[in-house]
Design a protein around this ligand. Structure first.
Ligand code: AMP
Length: 668
């Protein structure tokens, strides 16, 4: 695919913030892509080159990008800087500079997405002496063959500010739409799991949006998934579907949710939902959307269904729901396991033979940061191949008290790792087994996972220990364990459903957290910084007077304003915030931000901070929860607790969680 085909879709995407339009654009992109481009496209649209877990980032700074632009455009540094200052976007600057240039020069070579991606990859992986020049040359090569529009997106990509608003949910939706559309628009034979499967030709293409909106009368009955279809596929037979009088046979017959019902009518949205569930699971198991997309485009849905954990591919972490009291928890789960809630780094440990790799909850590689944990896994964890999770936390000298997150976070560093590891050694409290020696434990109930995990950890290991727990038979048991945990310096408890499998990538009632109380509010909040204010009065010297923050709406992929945070930081912190935020500042409000409030400076939503607040109140000033409540929701007296470098913006508190917390608070 030519890069220009991609950037013309980027242009369309940039103009819309509607999730359905973004989804349709993406679905069409998949439909037009050649097989070898599918993975690349998936990464490029997410603004990445490889999965997060590979730890490869482009991160080209302004200076280097400007240098490449100077070489290609022939303009001086002063001219480039002044243009950049005027429009505040180096991508637009590149577009303007190259528009002037292309009047006199003919483009020499059509850029393909593959070529662009190859150069990006080389830029990201060139280190050491001479690497700056190599990077400039590689970027320069792309820019000198790029049209102005292509140059805009190249520069934005290398700077990590693509602004398309295409998040993982949108990509998964577009793959589902693409697949439904493919099934019902092609009469070609495709192969799935060795069976030839014919798909009826029904004249409908990608105008599904219209169909979705129309009344149920126009919903297409196109499938009777389930046993009948399965048999048909195996025998390569066809089935007459009365409603559309077409010969049709059925792919993807083992979708378990559809059970073995005959003549089941499925509308397009329902089909989309089913495929989405299937793709979600695959994504949750491997954290790699390109891998899912390639299998979808190949029509290998039976392969997708079989996907299980793979060592060294991070699994997307399970998340905890909240309830207010031990009584509510016991009412929900009945007899349950209750574990201490450790406030440290959530680590996913992967082991194969003598090789150990550790990933953060954001799926970033962190192996190098925790040498003592790597060594302990080698010595004290007996499975040959395994994936397990735990929380790494600092403890005091005598291992008698847990230290606060602010101490543990000091272990997140690039330099002086060994010195810090002896100064603040971590203990890993293991709580989940996901895979061990060929067995997929994500599917097994909690008790089985825990039993096996205990058997794999050396009893006397100083560094790896099992998370403490009780089997609660009443709400009183939960209450007294909760109090014990708080007295030891833990932040609360997590109650776990004894029968539930591991719910990768989802917040379900399989885990329920109960944290120590902060005023009226039920929990702390992880909010994303979307802008900041310049200091007034005493704060003028810091260029920093507080932050505008937002919660995340995963359905739309947007960040909705919820609070202005002006307290909870020291003068030192204010200085470092100002520097950190300036680096990600943007002239205009980024597309994926929804806010009526205008900070002095907008920033790309990247940084997550944990705040506590007295309560959630209704407020016309903020956007969070506005659709559901009629008015917005805001945090009253928010105070920063810490910067959560271990969390990604999409791990921030979501809009539905805020609504749920608002509701819970009223019950308090
Ligand atoms: P929160 O970040 O407040 O939503 O709480 C969920 C987090 O608690 C998980 O992501 C883990 O990092 C952490 N955690 C601490 N102890 C446990 C435990 N015993 N089981 C599961 N998660 C735990």
């Amino acid at each position: 695919m030519n890069f220009s085909d991609l950037t013309s879709v980027f242009e369309l995407m940039e103009k819309t913030s509607q999730r359905t339009s973004l989804t349709m654009h993406m679905a069409k992109l998949y439909a037009n892509a050649s097989r070898e481009d599918v993975g690349i496209l998936t990464y490029l649209c997410q603004g990445i080159l490889v999965p997060q877990s590979h730890g490869i980032q482009l991160g080209i700074g302004d200076k280097l990008a400007q240098h490449a632009l100077r070489v290609v455009s022939g303009n001086s540094t002063r001219e480039i800087e002044s243009l950049y200052r005027k429009n505040g976007d180096l991508g637009i600057t590149a577009q303007m500079l190259l528009s002037k240039k292309t009047q006199s020069t003919l483009l020499s070579e059509n850029l393909t997405v593959k070529k662009v991606c190859d150069n990006f990859y080389k830029i990201a992986t060139s280190f050491g002496e001479g690497s700056q020049d190599t990077k400039i040359n590689l970027l320069g090569e792309l820019l000198s063959n790029a049209s102005p529009i292509e140059a805009k997106h190249i520069i934005r990509f290398v700077q990590g500010s693509l602004r398309l608003g295409v998040g993982e949910p949108t990509l998964l939706d577009s793959l589902s739409i693409y697949h439904v559309a493919k099934l019902i628009s092609k009469s070609d034979e495709i192969t799935a799991d060795g069976n030839k499967i014919k798909i009826a030709h029904v004249s409908i293409n990608y105008e599904l949006q219209e169909k979705e909106k129309s009344s149920s009368g126009s919903v297409l009955e196109f499938s009777c998934l389930g046993k009948l279809g399965e048999i048909a596929a195996k025998k390569n037979q066809t089935i007459i579907l009365p409603s559309i009088s077409q010969n049709i046979s059925f792919p993807l017959l083992s979708i378990s949710e559809v059970k073995s019902r005959y003549s089941l009518k499925i509308d397009i949205l329902e089909a989309k939902r089913l495929f989405r569930e299937l793709f979600d699971r695959a994504f949750n198991m491997r954290s790699d959307l390109a891998f899912v997309a390639e299998n979808v485009v190949d029509g290998k849905l039976s392969e997708i269904e079989k996907i299980s954990p793979a060592v060294f591919s991070p699994i997307r972490p399970a998340l905890a729901e909240r309830l207010l009291t031990p009584e509510q928890i016991f009412e929900k789960l009945g007899k349950c396991s209750v574990e201490g809630k450790y406030d440290g780094f959530r680590l996913q440990v992967h082991k194969k033979g003598n090789e150990v790799r550790i990933f953060s909850r954001k799926e970033e590689p962190m192996t190098h940061m925790f040498p003592e944990i790597v060594q302990a896994v080698k010595n004290d964890f007996s499975a040959k191949e395994a994936i397990f999770e735990g929380e790494a936390i600092a403890m005091d000298e005598k291992d008698s008290r847990f230290l606060p997150f602010q101490v543990t976070i000091q272990r997140k560093r690039k330099h002086g790792i060994f010195e810090k590891s002896s100064e603040i050694p971590l203990r890993l409290f293991a709580f989940e087994l996901l895979f061990a020696d060929g067995v997929d434990y994500t599917k097994l109930p909690y008790e089985k996972r825990r039993e096996k995990l205990i058997s794999l950890i050396e009893k006397n290991s100083r560094t790896i220990r099992m998370a403490s727990r009780i089997l609660a038979k009443s709400s009183n048991d939960i209450q007294s364990f909760f109090e014990k945990c708080l007295s030891e310096g833990l932040e609360g408890i997590i109650a776990k459903d004894l029968n539930s499998p591991y719910v990768a990538g989802a917040r379900k009632f399989a885990w329920i957290k109960l944290k120590k109380s902060y005023g009226k509010s039920v929990d702390t909040f992880d909010v994303v910084v979307i802008g900041y204010y310049l200091g007034k009065g005493k704060r003028t010297q810091f260029d920093f007077g507080g932050m505008l923050t937002a919660i995340y709406d995963p359905k739309k992929g947007t960040f909705k304003s919820i609070a202005k945070v002006g307290t909870g930081f020291s003068e030192e912190e204010m200085q470092s915030f100002a520097k950190m935020l300036e680096k990600i500042s943007t002239k205009d409000k980024p597309q994926n931000i929804e806010s009526d409030m205008e900070p002095d400076v907008w920033v790309t939503p990247k940084i997550v901070i944990e705040v506590n607040a007295d309560e959630i109140t209704k407020s016309p000033t903020h956007i969070a929860g506005r659709e559901a409540t009629g008015e917005g929701l805001a945090l009253r007296f928010p105070r920063m607790i810490s910067i959560r470098t271990d969390k990604d913006p999409k791990d921030a508190t979501t809009e539905s969680e805020i609504l749920e917390l608002f509701e819970l608070q009223s019950q308090k």
